[in-house]
Design a protein around this ligand. Sequence first.
Ligand code: ADP
Ligand code: MG
Length: 586
Amino acid sequence: MATAEKSKIEDNVVHIDPAAEAERELTDGFHLVIDALKLNGIETIYGVPGIPITDLGRMCQAEGIRVISFRHEQNAGNAAAIAGFLTKKPGICLTVSAPGFLNGLTALANATTNCFPMILISGSSEREIVDLQQGDYEEMDQLAIAKPLCKAAFRVLHAADIGIGVARAIRAAVSGRPGGVYLDLPAKLFGQVMDAEAGAKSLVKVIDPAPAQIPAPAAVDRAIELLKGAERPLVILGKGAAYAQADDEIRAFIEKSGIPFLPMSMAKGLLPDTHPQSAGAARSTALKDADVVLLVGARLNWLLSHGKGKTWGDAPKKFIQVDIEPKEMDSNVEIAAPLVGDIGSVIAALNARLDGSWKTPPAQWTESIRTKKEANIAKMAPKLLKNSVPMDFHSALGALKNVIKERPDALLVNEGANTLDLARGIIDMYEPRKRLDVGTWGVMGIGMGFAIAAAVETGKKVLAVEGDSAFGFSGMEVETICRYNLPVTIVIFNNNGIYRGTDTDPTGRDPGTTVFVPGSRYDKMMEAFGGVGVNVTSPDELYRAVSAAMDSGKPTLINAEIDPAAGSESGNIGSLNPQSVVKKKK
Ligand code: ADP
Ligand code: MG
């Protein structure tokens, strides 16, 4: 290290007397970051090594933190985000500067949008050079870029501040509404040396990082009054309810109250989809006809048609909303009874009020939902049983429905267009936090990151059901799955393209814009890295191959040949995809 550089570093820390130096124990930025993370119970880091954090990753591993190295930062970031969702501890993603940081940033923004606690830690280049725009290696003002895309962003310049920086990042990620936090660690910080004892004292253990937030008694009264007056009440459970890990309270509330419930996709399994009170298969009727709707950790965003319009029908509605974020109330429509607090505390308070005076909802309402549900399930059944070749989405998903039914503790990762929309409805979930999918943005590319973290964090078997297009965004991580020998089974719904495999270029020059190489064999990708690859053409074959893979726990990729004409444009959200009605004259 050049003398000038060394003296600059030392300006920031302690001035070392060479004689005393030999006597004293020293620490540095590397060790302080690791100690700070360990002190706060961080056990796993997801990342991609490189300048300036290569040694940090190595040293984390040597110190007992599990480091999962990916092939692309976005997938590492998605892994960290879903680790946060599954554990209520911030998932950590570690990246290099500028381009690596930007790759991770998509995942950080997605985590924030989905209310998943995550910390993106990125190395960065020298502030002095970045701020004067003198052209450093991977020069970029990362802090400024991260700020609008996450919940909080911090930069640490002095080794003595690492403890407080990590503590602030952790608390920001998990307290209140969880979200993504950016922590900027310039290269020079890692080499800063300080006295080991002073370093140890500078660390901060975050006490009660996500404090309970008790709802006001008057707010609970208001909600209970509304529910008591309801003739057609409905509970909507969102992924906030899954995140809260208040499973017993929620189940007790649903069962004691007798109110039908509708799970959002990642809340499926909080109560089994086969529960008699589930309105899942009667979604449209339930939303249209309900008069009082209790939202538990679910936002009235586009996924719920903003609480208005045709989805919600003409029947006048009152909303009760349970959310930790006060600003969420009235986001789209009036909330008649806001219940601001953490879901565990709020539902416990509601449960305490379901006393002798509580009456279950009128039978006319619960019966109308049950009848509709049974009719819809009966209508769907034959489509799921068809042993057709080529497979369509329904027949293939019918096979996977049985695989999960027989393995209710497996985690299901799901992305795609038709593959997503149809799997959400067809595959029943039985346990909380087992279904992980595209979330609030409906984003493609979460697949392998989510699957890897699901396996690492829970130790359970993982089934990733992927559209062929969706898989492409993170497909290279099959190498990561093989390298860490994770019990992940991937099923590719291969219909040769995005939505369908039938598009053509009207000029005849190129392939159509939404199609892929016909007859691609994704299973060969897995074999390239020592995993198991299987190609299947019928639902029976699919069922047998997936069952065997899940039982073996070996990394497996099953290429499921789906009829290229089977999908619909944009799946269920075709209405969001503008299409030109103008025909241009040639
Ligand atoms: P979904 O997409 O399943 O409908 P959303 O992501 O829209 O779910 O909503 C989740 C909501 O849950 C967010 O508004 C978030 O603030 C809230 N939330 C997250 N954790 C908690 C918690 N522990 N207590 C209360 N609300 C929570
Ligand atoms: Mg496809």
